[in-house]
Design a protein around this ligand. Structure first.
Ligand code: NAP
Length: 301
């Protein structure tokens, strides 16, 4: 199957390397030193199981060289999405969004239409380790996605089959929006609280005060999801706290690491989105409001 991967960072590099190794025709849109390294040395993934290099890889900085893919993966940060959509080859009609947060599918659909978009939820921890190199930190690497209205489709099945050959499970979710919101409920509170405090997962869950704050921020998002018509499991907050308890104690989110390093972050799409959607739905989000106010100030500085 022919894939275009827009953004060859942590996520795009991880999935793209697996698909290419399984024999699929994968083209990466990349830029800068990373693009040069991909062309000269291929794509190396350093992982818990060792090191693997895919060489050669088809990497280009020119969207015109992406050809006509059967499917495209948008694997850029939320604030890079509009430029990534503009770079998609004309006529690409199966576009997977992989961003954390709940805004990306609608943002992309504003340009491409809902029929082109397959909202997705990626579960893996991977990051750019340097030009041409991705570090797979943890998680086996799975991808849940579906049609906008969750209907079964032939194209979704074909993409699932391709991922299966690459050893990447892609279970059809009962409702992709529930999956997206469940991840949002995990990542946004711990991302916001971690970025404000500079604390690790272990510290945040271990101190009774921060654990209560985390739970309160999750509960706000649960209420927001229900007000938005999303059917989360009744025990979603308890289950998500239990999930936090199973994560490595030294873990942090990309939001926290980006803000700490004064890099552009996904604050608007995480905590900012919870605050904005809460205001629109008339659902109070006081804990997320405070986290957002502090982080907005830090980012603006
Ligand atoms: N990484 C994970 O483990 C993971 C897991 C689940 C979900 N996610 C979500 O997936 C999304 C992507 O995260 P990520 O960690 O993969 O980000 P990342 O490592 O920063 O990768 C994004 C890559 O895309 C490149 N890029 C952006 N716009 C481009 C353009 N117009 N043309 C060419 N290249 C472009 C970036 O280049 P520059 O560096 O030059 O900007 C960067 O190499 C985020 O929404 C994140 O929350 C990530």
């Amino acid at each position: 199957m022919k894939f275009a991967i827009i953004g060859a960072g942590g996520l795009g590099g991880f999935f793209g390397a697996r698909l290419a190794a399984a024999g699929h025709d994968v083209s990466f849109l990349a830029r800068g030193e990373h693009l040069t390294a991909l062309r000269e040395r291929g794509l190396t993934v350093l992982g818990p199981d060792g090191e693997a290099t895919t060489r050669p890889v088809h990497a280009t900085g020119d969207p015109a060289e992406l050809g006509t893919p059967d499917a495209a993966l948008l694997a850029v940060k939320t604030w890079q999405l509009d430029a990534a959509v503009a770079a998609l080859p004309a006529g690409t009609d199966a576009v997977l969004t992989l961003q954390n947060g709940v805004d990306a599918p609608a943002q992309v659909a504003r340009t491409l239409g809902k029929d082109a978009v397959l909202p997705g939820v990626a579960k893996v921890i991977a990051a750019l380790a340097g030009p041409g190199t991705i570090r797979h930190v943890g998680g086996a690497g799975s991808l849940d996605f579906a049609e906008w209205d969750n209907r079964p489709s032939e194209r979704a099945e074909r993409i699932r089959a391709a991922f299966a050959t690459a050893g990447i499970p892609t279970t059809p979710p009962a409702d992709i929006w529930t999956e997206l919101w469940a991840k949002f409920l995990f990542i946004t509170p711990i991302g916001g609280l971690g970025a404000v405090t500079g604390a690790t997962f272990g510290e945040l869950r271990g101190h009774p005060e921060t654990r209560r704050t985390l739970q309160a921020a999750m509960t706000e998002i649960e209420r927001l999801a229900r007000a938005s018509g999303v059917d989360l499991p009744a025990d979603v907050v308890a289950a998500t706290l239990a999930f936090v308890d199973r994560q490595p104690a030294e873990g942090t989110t990309s939001l926290q690491r980006d803000i700490a390093a004064a890099r552009p972050s996904e604050l608007d799409a995480w905590t900012g989105s919870a605050v904005r959607l809460g205001r629109e739905a008339g659902v109070p989000t006081p804990v997320n409001d405070v986290l957002h106010a502090i982080l907005r100030l830090r980012e603006d500085r």
